[in-house]
Design a protein around this ligand. Sequence first.
Ligand SMILES: Nc1ncnc2c1ncn2[C@@H]1O[C@H](COP(=O)(O)OP(=O)(O)OP(=O)(O)O)[C@@H](O)[C@H]1O
Length: 186
Amino acid sequence: MKIIAFVGMPASGKSEAARIAAEMGIPVINMGDVIRREVLRRGLEPNDSNTGMVATELRKCEGMDAVAIRCVSQIREKGSELVVVDGVRGIAEVECFRREFGEGFVLISIYAPIEIRFSRVQKRGRSDDMNSIEGLRRRDERELSWGMGEAIEASNVQIENNFTLETFKKDVVDVLSNYSGENPAQ
Ligand SMILES: Nc1ncnc2c1ncn2[C@@H]1O[C@H](COP(=O)(O)OP(=O)(O)OP(=O)(O)O)[C@@H](O)[C@H]1O
């Protein structure tokens, strides 16, 4: 079984990469959805402050790999040879997946500079998005405090997302194709 996870700073392009994987017919588990589901279950509005609060609380009560542990059973339930995980946020989550899936776990980091990420956030208009570059910087810091930097450093493959969506799509398809198909290269 191969598990491919995407990691990267907010708005670097992880969801876009997961969407491309889904288009290739690969099942996708979204780690952010685990948190957003919990926010709704608690009857809260799914905005940035509530998703941040619930994510912090889950990790505080259940450990830094709380969200990853919840994903492992969902990954196994897919019963697929290849599953993509969108939204690894910290090194404890990487360690959890490596413990569970060993060499079958591949981490792909996606990089784009903050100015480009902010311009994309402004166009995205998601309910938990921030409306200033300072807001994005604060979110970067929150995610870095969860070990995002170490998770990025632990990645097996890096993809830059500084150019057009077409270029990014081609790069993501190239990397994913290495791991799917009849004769995976790695
Ligand atoms: N190369 C690109 N060119 C133009 N727009 C892009 C590119 N890559 C991503 N985007 C857009 O930028 C926005 C942010 O990307 P996306 O939502 O995939 O980021 P993310 O890493 O999943 O963010 P988060 O961590 O906040 O969930 C989206 O609207 C996406 O469509």
